[in-house]
Design a binder for this molecule. Structure first.
Ligand code: ADP
Length: 467
């Protein structure tokens, strides 16, 4: 089957969060199942793209309101992936360094989607499925179904995957002139509570809608920033499919970013060596249990609660904590401030660092993930594979992938996003750490859990076949 994934992120070309990991790995596994999956994303003026080989594939033009833009499709070749990857560049619009954060982002999203459709229109070999990821590419099903220019693409089935329903991409109707022409009787398809809402539009227009875990789909039907009623009414085409992880990239035996590689049988010495490097670098004590946190410092991840939690547990327990992340400035400042108070037991790296993240997954004893909202969550799956016990709040994909040790499971779970609950879980973790036999047995046990794409990649193929 010819599958075309459209996304603003794809690892390793451009990554902000889990979306990149999924789009960079799902096509790999789909191709291993004898499909022809490709990815189309914007061109970025970043390190990875600049050192890559780009081949011209197509040139065309699109119209955004009164402005016409020339665009180019180029193929980016790399040994890092086994699927075709295309980037679309537009001078002045799709040639930026960062993925998000620009004032004219709506224009960027629309321009990308129109260029992509123009290319498909002129390409002899059409995709058999167009798979759109998140709101940045969610107007594609509408354009294909309702806009005169793309009417010949109407029959190609489309899938929307919601990686995060917090961000829906809505913009005001005063930007309607950026969209290509369609019959104005259909304007209601774009409308959700008075503005143009790309995610809501795709829920209405796509052939199927998926979320990245079954529990997240159920939660969204109850609470989805205003989309809950729509998801309930479209429930027959909605399904949750759990993300997998790329077990070739996330492999303790071969991961080049680790200080020492290890297997299930060498886990003790392997984790010890990685922990030592972390502790030496960040001034921590390798004799104490090490708790890691990796992620965006935002309310969704309960990052606002972390300064109080850390103060509480570092005062009362002999533990180390190491944080890697960036986000709200106020949270960053509070987390930085704790460094002085708990020197030798606590440290934080504000920023994005792929290598450090791998080292933490390998060297930490526990990974803290108390998210308020977690559509799937990859960190807990990486930490399981690296023998690091996850401490999670039971929500979304965390609920689907981590079972509490008290329920014959292997992780530590709580229900409320509160300082008390998170601190209590950390205290339980310290108890587990001191039970050396159970702790070591659990570390080995979690490394064996299969969270690879093998099952989920097939589930997506079955879904495509059904449409
Ligand atoms: P989300 O997409 O909501 O941010 P996920 O758990 O789905 O969360 O994916 C997060 C991904 O981003 C993981 O691969 C994680 O290791 C990575 N990540 C998050 N923050 C950082 C950071 N500061 N440095 C390095 N990697 C990070």
């Amino acid at each position: 089957m010819r599958i075309l994934h459209t996304s603003f992120e794809c690892y390793p070309v451009a990554k902000v969060g889990g979306l990149a990991d999924v789009v960079g790995s799902l096509p790999k596994y789909q191709n291993e199942l004898n499909n022809e999956a490709s990815v189309v994303m914007p061109y970025y003026n970043n390190k990875y793209v600049n050192k890559s080989q780009l081949t011209d594939v197509y040139k065309g033009s699109i119209q955004l309101a009164a402005v016409s833009y020339e665009f180019q499709v180029k193929q980016l070749k790399s040994k890092d992936f086994n699927f075709n990857l295309f980037v679309i560049s537009i001078v002045g619009l799709l040639d930026r360094e960062n993925v998000y954060g620009y004032e004219d982002e709506t224009n960027q999203y629309i321009a990308f989607q129109l260029s992509l459709l123009d290319w498909i229109l002129h390409n002899k070999e059409k995709p058999e499925i167009i798979h759109c990821h998140d709101h940045h590419t969610s107007l594609i099903p509408f354009f294909m179904k309702y806009c005169n220019a793309y009417v010949t693409l109407k029959e190609i089935p489309t899938v929307l995957t919601i990686h995060n329903a917090q961000y829906q991409g809505h913009f005001s109707f005063d930007k309607l002139n950026l969209l290509p022409s369609f019959n104005h009787n259909d304007i209601g398809v774009l409308d959700w509570y008075g503005s143009i809402n790309p995610m809501a539009t795709a829920i209405k227009c796509a052939s199927k809608v998926t979320t990245v875990s079954p529990s997240y789909m159920e939660e969204l039907k109850e609470k989805a920033n205003g989309l809950e009623g729509l998801l309930r009414s479209e429930k027959d085409k909605c399904i949750g499919i759990l993300n997998g992880i790329d077990t070739n990239v996330w492999n303790t035996e071969t991961d080049p970013l680790l200080a020492k590689n290890y297997t299930q049988s060498t886990i003790v010495s392997g984790k010890k060596a990685n922990k030592k490097v972390l502790c030496d670098t960040y001034g921590l004590n390798p004799e104490l249990p090490l708790f890691g946190f990796i992620g965006r410092l935002v309310g969704e991840k309960s990052a606002d609660l972390l300064p109080s939690v850390f103060k509480e547990v570092l005062t009362n327990q002999e533990i180390n904590i190491l944080v890697l992340g960036s986000g709200h400035q106020e949270i960053e400042i509070q987390l930085e401030a704790l460094k002085n108070e708990f020197e030798g037991k606590y440290n934080v790296y504000i920023g994005y660092d792929e290598k450090l993240s791998h080292l933490i997954y390998a060297g930490a004893d526990f990974l803290i993930m108390p998210s308020r909202v977690e559509p799937c969550g990859l960190n807990q799956m990486y930490s399981l594979r690296y023998g690091t016990i996850p401490i999670v709040r039971r929500t979304g994909g965390l609920k689907d992938t981590v079972i509490d040790i008290g329920d014959n499971g292997f992780g530590i779970c709580h229900d409320q996003a509160s300082v008390w609950d998170i601190s209590y879980s950390i205290n339980r973790a310290v108890g587990l750490y001191t039970n050396t036999k159970l702790f070591k047995k659990t570390q080995k046990q979690i490394m064996k859990i299969d969270n690879s794409w093998n099952n989920s990649a097939q589930e997506y193929i079955n879904l495509y076949k059904s449409i």
